[in-house]
Every structure is written in C-alpha cells, then in structure tokens.
Write a protein that binds this ligand. Structure first.
Ligand code: SF4
Length: 387
C-alpha cells in the first residue's frame, strides 16, 4: 500500500458549485480522458452531439479529446444557473477526470501518494484564510507527519524556511531563493548548504544584510521596482485582459498601469510607487500567513524532486504569482478609492494568477529566456521585484 501524505484541509474541500465566483467550466482546456469518452460514446443522450461538444487534437503519435467550449468560452454542459448538466442528468461518472479531480492535485510514485489542493480555486484560498498556524500535513490515518524524504530534502528545506517564525515573508522568500542559487552553483555541497540554513545565527546575519539594503531604499529605487513590476504585469496579462473571464479583474488595472508608465516624469508614478512600497506594504502584511500557506502548498505540489533547476523554475513561478497578486490588489484597491473588501481582492488575484501563471509554466520559461537570455533569475532581480 502506498504511503499517503496530504494537506491538512485536503479531505475537507467541497466545491461551492453554483455559488462559485470563478467557475472552472469557463475558458479552460478540459481534457476528456479515454474512459470518460468511451462512456460518452455508449450513452445515447450524450453521443448524439459529440461533434458539438468534443474537440479532437490528433497528431502522429497520439490523439487527445477536449471539451469544445461554446462561443462565450463556456462549457456546453454548464447550465444557466452554473450547474453541470452532465452531473445533474447522467451522474458524476460522466464528467471527465479533470473535472472530478480539480482542484485536487495528486502526485503518485511507486511508494507514495501526495495529495494537495490548488489555489486556482477560491474555496481553497478561503479555507487557508482560516488557518492561523503553519499549515500541516497528515498521513492516511490523519496523524500529523513531516514531509521529508531522502528524495525531497530540498523541498523540506524550502518549506521549513517558508514557515520559519520571526522573519518577514519577503525575507523568507529571499532566503529560499538564495539557498537554491547556492546549491545550483555547488550541487555537491547540498548537504552542507542545507545545514548552514538551519542555523539561526546564519539566517540572522543574512537578514541583517538585506535590512541594510532595504533601509537605504529611496523614491528612485521604489520607482524602479514599480516600473519593473508594472512592465512584467502588462506582459503577463496582455493575452488575458480582454478575455470575458478575466476582463473585470484585469482590464481597468492594466489601463491604469499603462497610464502610469507613460508618465515617467510625472509625480503620479512616484506617488503610486511610494505608496506601494510603504503604506500598502503594511496593509499587505496582514495576508502574509495566507500567502505563506499558498506558497507552502505550491512547493509541496510542484517541487517533488531534488532537481535544483526544476525547483528554481517552480519557485520563480510562485514568486511571480505572489508579486502579481500584490501589485494587482494594490491597483484595484486604489481604483476603488481604498474602499473595497481587501481580502476579496487578494483572494481573487491569488486565483487569477494561479490560473494564468501556474498553469502556463512552459510559456513563462520561454518568456524569461527571451527577456534575460537565461530562464533563471539572479538574486538582484528578485530583490528588485520584491522592492
Ligand atoms: S473553482 Fe473550485 S469552487 Fe469553483 S467551481 Fe471550480 S472546484 Fe468548484
């Protein structure tokens, strides 16, 4: 029997179905697994209109089937009151495995089964909001277990650092990235490097150095960070800002970002950059715990091997989501005259970026390779993004 490790909230998850503000039945490629497709073919009520509901992708070596979204990019089986007509009329067995599984993330090896949840679902983020201690992992009999194994030492170190008490989330992220870069430079010394980052004295020394550099920040440096993050944001959202599903979340803030970038010599960008780096930084800190849970869960689900290059790439993706969420929430909050429900704004952007960045790993790799000649960041770039 496989050894199970699962996120503490894994078994408690329940889809909010028609109450969900982010239905997963819109604007997504939903693959139809062969078992489900065979069931569809054998069911008269479904098989009569397969040409309208199924899109085939055939290549030399394989053929894949996807749900054909309608002209509004909605699943043809979604009813006007946001319920799945396949489930209502035929039963759960008739929905593709992807729909039955999401937002659960299941990683399986010969001996292990790791069960997690994706932050691309708002219900999951809401569940994380209610956890005020470090997120825990359980075994099959619901006993708290450590998640380390000889193949995932690196993941264990990253999660321990992310959950370390007494350090700001920004500094914990920097520590994680620094450890990854050091191991990449000297993989044979991984064991010694991991041990070094377990020593409180060493962590404090590194933190002191960053504190010195962050304390010296000026409005010019804040403007540099704001400009870089704005440009990155516009690149990432360019294909999404006008799409029905994301328009309400992205269009107005993308327009504002463009306006601010055009006015480089004006006071407005300096004012925005200063507020983003100072007052908003403090408002944002109340969600550090929530972000910590999201990051820990993403590391647990996406960094399952000790391959340092893969881990760096997965980590860059997570940090890009974090920075984009913070920046987008800031602009949205400003556009609401600082009156909107800040938690809802944060939650919605965590979901949006989990969908458009985390599920687009290959696209992000290409984007960074084009922007920096090499897909991996340097420490200076992370410092600039975090500001
Ligand atoms: S995003 Fe989550 S809550 Fe919403 S429909 Fe999908 S699984 Fe259900």
């Amino acid at each position: 029997m496989k050894k199970i490790t699962k996120l503490e909230i894994y078994d408690k998850f329940k889809c909010s179905a028609d109450q969900c503000p982010f239905t997963c039945c819109e604007d997504w490629e939903i693959e139809i697994d062969l078992d489900t497709y065979t069931r569809w073919e054998g069911n008269n009520k479904i098989s009569t209109n397969l040409s309208e509901t199924v899109k085939m992708n055939k290549s030399k070596h394989k053929s894949e089937r996807y749900i054909k979204m309608n002209s509004k990019k909605l699943c043809p089986y979604l009813s006007s009151n946001q319920l799945c007509t396949l489930v209502l009329n035929q039963g759960e067995d008739y929905i593709p495995l992807t729909c039955r599984t999401f937002p659960r993330v299941i990683n399986t090896t010969d001996e292990l089964q790791e069960l997690s949840l994706s932050c691309a679902c708002p219900e999951v983020v809401d569940m994380f909001r209610d956890i005020d201690k470090a997120v825990k992992f359980l075994d099959g009999s619901n006993t708290v277990v450590p998640i380390d194994s000889s193949e995932t030492e690196l993941r264990h170190a990253i999660i321990s650092l992310l959950q370390k008490k007494g350090y700001s989330l920004r500094n914990r992220i920097l520590l994680c990235f620094q450890i990854l870069l050091e191991i990449r430079l000297a993989p044979v010394n991984q064991k010694e490097i991991l041990e070094k980052y377990e020593q409180e004295q060493y962590l404090q020394k590194v933190e002191e150095l960053w504190k010195y550099s962050f304390d010296k920040q000026t409005t010019e440096l804040w403007k540099n960070t704001f400009t870089e993050v704005s440009e990155l944001f516009l690149d990432i959202v360019q294909n999404y800002r006008r799409r029905r599903k994301y328009k309400e979340k992205l269009k107005d803030i993308a327009d504002l970002a463009e306006e601010l970038l055009e006015d480089q010599e004006e006071d407005s960008i300096i004012n925005y950059a200063t507020e983003y780096a100072t007052q908003f930084q403090f408002s944002f800190e109340q969600y550090d715990k929530l972000f910590e849970h999201c990051l820990v869960t993403k590391v647990f689900a996406n960094c399952c091997s000790d391959n340092v290059d893969d881990t760096i790439m997965a980590f860059q993706i997570m940090i890009t989501e974090y920075v984009m969420t913070k920046y987008s929430a800031f602009l949205k909050y400003k556009l609401s005259d600082n009156s909107a429900d800040l938690y809802r704004i944060f939650r919605d952007y965590i979901v949006v970026y989990s969908r458009i960045i985390e599920y687009n790993m290959e696209g992000m790799k290409e984007f960074w390779a084009e922007s920096f000649e090499e897909a991996n960041w340097e420490m200076g770039y992370l410092l600039l993004l975090l500001g």
